[in-house]
Design a protein around this ligand. Structure first.
Ligand SMILES: [Zn+2]
Length: 292
């Protein structure tokens, strides 16, 4: 498998966009697929990502659909500013995701509590008829044979959807596969509290393997390609089981030491303080999941 750690045109109608989450290059991405009726934007990213995403969308045309992977601010926060510029677009996702987009007060509060100044909070979006609730397996179309299927993949969060583009055999993973350190080819579970759940996460990865994707896009960040690309999803599942074993064996401080020792230097995107905070949160989510 090949790791592409930059924005990339998958083909002439499909672009992986750097969404500059937290203002950092290569922290989050969005995916744009052009159909004859308009663009399907998979992932809205952060509120402050909108200028980057909209700038790239100028190369693609008007947006027909915004497909949101889940309610977290770094994925759904961009809906408000994107809709402001693209008022005709429909917004689709899990019913819980859409509820949080309409009223982000709870998710904003939780994000602020967890991340403080690092948080990029969401503005509410009024549903003026453009919200479309997706069920598992629903397909949206954008003309010219473009079909994107919603794949319910809980585990990271209960409302999580990955999206499958059958024409390209492409899976946009969102956070269902975890966080990718693209330069080292390392994946770790996105085990943030409070909704992380071991069994659901494992089942979702298994479900995605069933699609036998040849292109896999991680929301945080990078694209994996090749006939054996699905191997990366197997690696997500293997690391999940390793972390599950450790979470049941070690107490929280020992678990944090162990994971930081092994992974901290592989995830160098953020400064040391933020990286420590991220791993403390991942550990809190793991410990919480052992009690479910
Ligand atoms: Zn998330």
């Amino acid at each position: 498998m090949k790791f592409v750690c930059e924005p990339v045109w998958i083909d002439e109608s499909c672009l992986v966009i750097d969404a500059y989450g937290w203002g950092i290059k290569g922290a989050t991405c969005a995916l744009a697929i052009r159909g004859s009726d308009g663009v399907v934007l998979v992932e809205a990213a952060h509120r402050k990502s909108a200028p980057y995403v909209l700038g790239e969308l100028e190369k693609m045309g008007g947006v027909k659909w915004v497909l949101v992977t889940h309610r977290h601010t770094d994925h759904a926060g961009g809906v408000a500013p994107i809709l402001k510029m693209m008022p005709g677009a429909k917004v689709a996702g899990h019913p819980v995701t859409l509820k949080n987009i309409a009223d982000p007060s709870r998710i904003n509060e939780a994000t602020w509590r967890a991340w403080g100044e690092f948080a990029d909070l969401m503005d509410p979006v009024e549903d003026v008829g453009g919200f479309v609730e997706l069920r598992d397996g629903d397909t949206i179309e954008a003309g010219g044979g473009i079909k994107v299927e919603a794949v319910h993949t809980p585990g990271h969060s209960s409302d999580h959807y990955a999206y499958y583009d059958s024409e390209r055999e492409l899976v946009y993973l969102g956070d269902a596969g975890g966080l990718l350190s693209c330069s080292t080819g390392t994946v770790i579970p996105a085990s943030f509290p409070s909704s992380f759940n071991f069994d659901e996460y494992a089942r979702s990865l298994d479900k995605l393997l069933g699609y036998e994707p040849k292109v896999i896009v991680f929301a945080h960040f990078g694209t994996v390609m090749g006939s054996d690309a699905a191997r990366i999803i197997e690696e997500c599942a293997e690391t999940l089981e390793e972390w599950r074993r450790l979470a049941y064996k070690l107490d929280a401080p020992a678990l944090a030491d162990k994971l930081k020792e092994e992974y901290l230097e592989k995830f160098t995107l953020f400064n040391a303080n933020v990286r420590n905070l991220i791993f403390d949160m991942l550990v809190a989510g793991l410990v919480n999941a052992t009690k479910k």
